[in-house]
Design a protein around this ligand. Structure first.
Ligand SMILES: [Zn+2]
Length: 290
């Protein structure tokens, strides 16, 4: 049995995992400060509440950049002061268990690869649609890591516009398709929720906004297909559940895709949903990623 934990800006979700199933769950709020010390205490508490009897390892998915050896956090999106923080070592000392760290989108991809829509696929692209667009690449049956371990940031593929991105660059895909942007649009146009805004996508006042958002996401998908020639694109995260999203995306993808890549690989919605990153994190200790 292994423990997997998904650390988010608002909550810490975890579980005891065996054979791809979550046998026991925990969900606690991320401490308000989101500082490393408070959050490390909360991670330890989550593991202890799950219990460590018969547990072989703990894996944690984190929203940001990790050192190439996956022992330290270099920096986390939306969590302050996480700079060169040796989280794996600190938790191993406290828990007396092996602790493995990985980017959360990579954890989602590992979960899908072993137990979800990626089962049996050697090449696929994972996009997590939430606050931003998280990305992960499985190529030749392995997670693509890159020289510094930063590969797969597909939400930051550069497009031909100049909107500032939270990462510090400009013109990136996730500036057009993200919960933050949609929440802002809801407030501007006095619509109660993002699903309601999505329902209004054919409305003359919202059509251009959604066309731009779908163009942004389709550019990310098409560039990923051209670079990686995947068997499928797997979408997860809250925004992947917008009804009819895949059908709405299809014409935008077809229009941009090079002829030789037709027909486009299928865009699939994750079957594991929010459990994917927890299950993927749990299995970090079980096999080599490279
Ligand atoms: Zn960016």
């Amino acid at each position: 049995m292994r423990i997997g934990i998904d650390l988010g800006g608002h909550k810490i979700a975890g579980g005891k995992v065996e054979d791809g199933s979550i046998l026991q769950r925990i969900k606690i709020p991320t401490p308000d400060s989101r500082y490393p010390k408070d959050t490390t205490d909360a991670l330890e508490r989550a593991v202890r509440e799950l219990g460590t009897d018969e547990v072989r390892s703990v894996g944690i998915g984190l929203p940001g950049m990790l050192s190439v050896d996956r022992r330290s956090v270099i920096g986390l999106t939306n969590l302050p002061l996480w700079e060169n923080y040796p989280l794996a070592e600190i938790l191993e000392d406290r828990l007396s268990l092996p602790v493995y760290l990985e980017n959360d989108a990579n954890c989602a991809a590992l979960g899908e690869m072993r137990f979800g829509q990626g089962t049996g696929l050697s090449d696929f692209v994972m996009l997590t649609l939430g606050t931003g667009i998280g990305g992960a690449i499985v190529s030749g049956g392995k997670l693509l890591m890159g020289h510094r371990g930063l590969a797969g940031e597909l939400g930051h593929l550069a497009l031909l516009h100049r909107k500032p991105c939270k990462c510090g660059g400009i013109g990136h895909g996730e500036t057009l398709f993200s919960a933050d942007r949609f929440d802002g649009r809801c407030a501007e146009t006095k619509v109660a929720s993002v699903p309601e805004l999505w329902d209004l996508r054919k409305d003359v006042r919202q059509a251009q906004f959604w066309e731009e958002a779908l163009e942004g996401l389709s550019c990310v998908i098409v560039s990923s297909i051209h670079c990686l020639d995947p068997q499928a694109i797997i979408l997860s995260g809250g925004l992947s559940n917008l009804p009819g999203l895949v059908d709405e995306l299809a014409p935008f993808i077809d229009l941009r895709l090079a002829k030789s890549f037709h027909p486009a690989p299928p865009v699939l919605i994750s079957t594991l949903g929010g459990d994917g990153p927890v299950i993927g994190a749990a299995y970090l200790g079980s096999h080599s990623l490279r």
